[in-house]
Design a binder for this molecule. Structure first.
Ligand SMILES: *Cc1c(COP(=O)(O)O)cnc(C)c1O
Length: 375
């Protein structure tokens, strides 16, 4: 996991049945996009989320695209998206020919602000995408209430939040539909992979159709709609099933690591940790803090930590600042997201981290912040 004491920001753990299941795929020649591991991974993941259907696909981005396409999002529609998220959340709205409409973040959880959401709804709005950022669930009670009032769908982009809970219910069962990523640095991984979960039979059926070239399942090579090839392989699902068998262990480890970070950093006002609301179960995909020095100071802190062999990541740029989206959003203001993006650092968070490594990271962080303050 670590080389010469280097502490990475993320690292997968493949210590379960991954190897045995992959070898079974090779031995049986079931390496393409059907097989028992796909069936078992989909069924197991649906059960994990408490949802009726799980549709496996090639990554978290195609999961979002499948979900939006199956919900009927198309040209002329608007979809509300938090500006503080990974770019794929908005890009997939754009793939559908629709327009992402950005909303600011809440200052403590960093997720979409329900209070500023309603003002962005227009007659063209079709739905709301919430993102459980870094593993903290969005405030679903408030968001679902707004959505019901306006007849909008709610899609959870849960790429970073496998197992997160809001008032005792799991991500995947908190809105109308939810998407997950199994990229190498996510809470569980298949290398590359994604999943959409929903209770809606018709939407699940449309996603299965779109996932495999829009081919009628009862009539070979008859394609009533234009679909995609967004399938997952049985090989990837074999890794995913082994990961799913140990997901509760992953979540326990991350919870313990977050508690260590809070023990080390909770008392100082040199940094502010992302909150965990009383109604939420944060799954700590990335334990994250804010400094108060602004982007230049934050970047020097990260550079100084890297020189000490500790890898970190800056919080993403808000999407309204990126070239493809900046022009349409010039007149909008997103001060909370900009402050979080400018001051935010993701700290190393992965299952194998030790108490000692967390102490090393926190000592380095506090010393590097102090050095920037006096510089
Ligand atoms: C990782 C991620 C995605 C995209 O997932 P890929 O599997 O990399 O395509 C989408 N949304 C969010 C919030 C993510 O963190």
């Amino acid at each position: 996991m670590t080389h010469d004491g280097f502490i990475p920001v993320a690292a997968p753990d493949l210590g379960g049945n991954e190897k045995a299941y992959v070898l079974d795929c090779l031995d049986s020649t079931w390496i393409s996009s059907s097989g028992k591991y796909l069936d078992r991974f989909e069924a197991g993941f649906a059960e994990f989320c408490g949802a009726r259907h799980a549709v496996a696909c090639s990554n978290g981005t195609t999961a979002l695209h499948l979900a939006l396409a199956a919900l009927g999002v198309g040209p002329g529609d608007e979809v509300i998206v938090p500006t503080l998220t990974f770019v794929a959340t908005a890009n997939t709205v754009t793939y559908c020919g629709a327009q992402p409409v950005f909303v600011d973040a809440e200052p403590d959880t960093w997720t979409i602000d329900p209070a500023s959401l309603e003002a962005r709804i227009t007659p063209r709005t079709k739905g709301i995408i919430v993102v459980h950022l870094f593993g903290h669930p969005a405030d679903m009670a408030a968001i679902n209430a707004v959505a019901r009032r306006h007849g909008l769908f709610v899609l959870e982009d849960a790429a970073q939040a496998h197992g997160a809970e809001c008032r005792g219910r799991r991500a995947g069962a908190l809105g109308d539909i939810a998407t997950f990523s199994f990229f190498g640095n996510k809470i569980i991984t298949t290398g590359e992979g994604g999943m959409v979960v929903t209770d809606d039979d018709a939407v699940a059926g449309r996603m299965r159709l779109l996932r495999t070239h829009g081919m009628d399942p009862t009539r070979r090579y008859w394609h009533p709609v234009i679909g995609y090839n967004y399938r997952m392989t049985n090989l990837a699902a074999a890794i995913g099933l082994a990961q799913l068998e140990r997901v509760e262990w992953q979540l326990e480890r991350r919870r313990e690591i977050a508690a260590w970070y809070r023990e080390e950093l909770g008392q100082t006002d040199a940094v502010t940790c992302q909150a965990e609301k009383p109604w939420a179960r944060h799954v700590w995909w990335m334990f994250s803090v804010l400094v108060s020095e602004g982007a230049a100071g934050r970047d020097s802190v990260m550079e100084a930590m890297r020189r000490r062999g500790i890898d970190t990541r800056p919080v993403v740029h808000p999407l309204h600042t990126l070239p493809p989206y900046a022009d349409a959003n010039r007149t909008q203001r997103f001060p909370v997201a900009e402050a979080i993006a400018g001051n935010g650092i993701n700290l190393p968070t992965w299952a194998g981290l030790t108490r000692e490594q967390v102490r090393i990271v926190c000592d380095a962080l506090l010393e590097c912040v102090a050095a920037v303050k006096t510089a």
